[in-house]
Design a protein around this ligand. Structure first.
Ligand code: NAD
Length: 312
């Protein structure tokens, strides 16, 4: 039995990860989050602790009491927009809390930290596409800077304290358990707005290109990271099968849901790069990872979930 701590386990990725991991018998799961899960109840054998990562004493006690060996570090309190509006607050909320976590792991039984960074922001404006993990990192928003800073600190702690790390840099995810009101993913938000008759707001002309991918495909690779030795001390981009413009996302939603949404185009934002396509061949080759869910199927699954949790 491996003892796992998931920070931010009540959020979108965390809830999906807890749901899948708790069905396997090999893991004893502890979840730490400032809020309880919003759209599900965790099974009885998952220990949920409502706490802020920045409460160092409590965090250290949890890591020792639960003999934590592996940590998924998912807790994060900002998105591009909010981080860039208040960079100092972002550092306090996310860099500070991450450092407290890494510090709590020193001299404990923790041997591995799996951290979700951000493929969409740490590189900045791409010099060429697709972008692989050796591309220079020049983030153009505060979110990307904090995500990259935490990567660097994790590597430093790993080097000094013999903790292994795996860093994943996913592109934009979407799917069930993603709160459409948090404005994290165009696919979930556009689907939700189309279903509820709300206006879809797009910054720019809708030509922005991203490669969205479905949450279950991320969870596959997060779980395999627990057993595949090639993950040790490496950084992996993760992305979907297809890069797509935002206007094409809207057309796909129209065709699938048979709804014509109201779309409003706003001025483009300096915090967004125009095109981001990640090269995830390292994950595909070394981890044998293949994203399986195409956009049409992913939108159908997301729409089914949204209808259940946000009835109109
Ligand atoms: N969703 C995406 O498309 C995406 C893409 C790339 C990277 N990521 C990263 O993956 C991680 C998880 O993302 P998500 O989409 O599940 O986010 P989310 O906002 O749904 O979940 C984050 C969780 O962290 C918790 N949290 C925040 N600050 C905390 C603190 N100080 N102490 C304890 N808990 C705290 C929140 O309560 C929340 O439940 C984040 O680091 C995010 O930046 C997400």
């Amino acid at each position: 039995m491996k003892n796992i701590l998931i920070t931010g386990g009540s959020g979108f990725i965390g809830a999906n990860l807890v749901h899948r991991l708790s069905q396997l018998d090999q893991y004893k799961i502890t979840v730490l989050d400032i809020t309880p899960p919003r759209f599900m109840t965790f099974p009885d054998h998952v220990r949920f602790i409502k706490s802020d990562l920045r409460d160092s004493d409590k965090l250290k006690k949890i890591i020792i009491d639960d003999s934590i060996e592996t940590i998924y570090h998912l807790a994060w309190g900002t998105i591009h927009e909010t981080a860039t509006r208040d960079p100092l607050g972002d550092i306090h909320e996310n860099v500070d809390s991450s450092l407290k976590l890494f510090d709590a792991c020193v001299n404990s039984k923790v041997t591995r930290i799996i951290y979700i960074s951000s493929g969409g922001t740490v590189y900045g404006v791409p010099k060429q596409l697709p972008v692989n993990e050796t591309h220079m990192t020049n983030p153009i928003n505060a979110f990307g800077i904090s995500k990259l800073t935490v990567e660097k600190y994790l590597q430093m702690y790993a080097h000094l304290h013999h903790i292994e790390y795996t860093i994943f840099r996913p592109s934009v995810l979407y799917g069930p358990y993603q709160n459409p009101n948090r404005r994290q993913s165009a696919v979930t938000v556009f689907t939700y707005n189309a279903l509820t008759g709300k206006t879809i707001h797009i910054w720019g002309s809708g030509d922005i290109i991203r490669d969205f991918f479905y949450i279950d495909d991320l969870i596959d690779v997060l779980i395999s990271a627990l057993s595949v030795s090639e993950c040790k001390n490496k950084i992996f981009n993760l992305s979907g099968n297809r890069a797509i413009r935002l206007n094409e996302v809207i057309n796909t939603i129209k065709q699938i849901l048979k709804i014509i949404p109201v779309v409003r185009y706003e001025e483009s934002r300096l915090i967004d790069v125009k095109e981001m396509i990640l090269d995830s061949s390292s994950a595909r080759n070394l981890l044998n990872w293949v994203p399986k869910t195409n956009l049409d199927k992913g939108i159908c699954l997301t729409a089914e979930w949204l209808k259940r949790y946000f009835p109109t």
